[in-house]
Design a protein around this ligand. Structure first.
Ligand code: ATP
Length: 259
């Protein structure tokens, strides 16, 4: 096994010195891997991602214990701007775009943190439009006029402008119609397959996440309750019942055989 790109070791996240949101979570993301973080509302998914990107302080939270390394180097306390330069970029929950700026200005803003040249920025913009063709004809339109799905594409596109090696995504499917969710996940798949981009994503939509991830970790009350390959977890009866709303796998199999 290669060295992990991201390694989270026994991390505890606390808010306001009292609320333990993440209680001793360890997980890793290998280069080129898609890892899904599953769990119900309040399970601790966003808190763990905020710990990775060092943005907990904005929510009055902090890492009480544990270690996180990116590419073998400790990153606890490393400013987010520096993490972006080293290739770790997060797309926050709720598809944050600069609503008054045009689509293309949003993309250009994404390249600033990396200190990209004009030519590199042009090339990256072209790359985003190739990945999300619906954005290209809207390049001069204000981001605030885009649909929710297009704003999510733009938020992902802006993150890609800094050419990350690890993309951290918080609930990319939230509030989007199934067709748009499918389109976004297909684009993520393409990025992963063609460019080897590693992805860590938090999702409440376990069905979609398990279809696209290589591995998944399930959080319950801030702790890992299950982990394994996506294929394994999809067959586990407890996961099927709790997160996929499906009957036990044997029943499905025999039902399928009788059809
Ligand atoms: P969701 O999908 O609803 O965002 P989640 O799995 O991402 O859920 P978190 O948002 O990480 O879960 O929340 C984990 C726990 O931490 C919850 O009990 C939540 O109430 C608490 N929490 C999250 N943010 C804060 C905050 N800023 N201040 C206090 N408690 C918080």
């Amino acid at each position: 096994m290669t060295a992990p790109l991201l390694d989270i070791e026994n991390v505890h996240v606390v808010y306001e010195s009292a609320i333990l949101a993440v209680a001793g979570v360890s997980l890793s993301v290998q280069p080129g891997e898609i890892v899904a973080l599953l769990g119900a509302n309040g399970a601790g998914k966003s808190s763990l991602l905020r710990a990775v990107s060092n943005i907990l302080h904005a929510k009055r939270g902090w890492i009480a214990h544990g270690a996180i390394t990116f590419d073998g180097k400790p990153i606890l306390g490393v400013p987010t701007s520096r993490l972006v330069r080293t290739g770790l970029v997060q797309v926050l929950e709720g598809r944050h775009c600069f609503l008054q700026l045009s689509v293309e200005e949003n993309l250009i803003a994404g390249a600033i943190g990396k200190g990209a040249s004009r030519a590199e920025t042009r090339e990256s913009i072209g790359h985003v439009y190739e990945l999300f063709p619906t954005l290209a004809p809207k390049r001069r339109q204000a981001a605030g006029l885009l649909s929710g799905g297009q704003q999510q594409m733009l938020a992902i596109g802006r993150a890609l402008m800094s050419r990350p090696r690890l993309l951290v995504l918080d609930e990319p499917s939230m509030g989007l119609a199934p067709l748009l969710v499918a389109e976004i996940f297909q684009s993520l798949d393409r990025l992963n397959r063609n460019e080897g981009l590693a992805i860590l994503l938090a999702e409440q939509n376990a069905a979609v996440a398990l279809r696209h991830a290589h591995r998944a970790v399930v959080l319950e009350n801030g702790k890992i309750s299950a982990a394994g390959s996506a294929a394994e977890l999809r067959c586990r009866d407890d996961i099927r019942a709790a997160y996929l709303g499906l009957p036990p796998s044997q029943i499905t199999l025999s039902a399928e055989l009788t059809v």
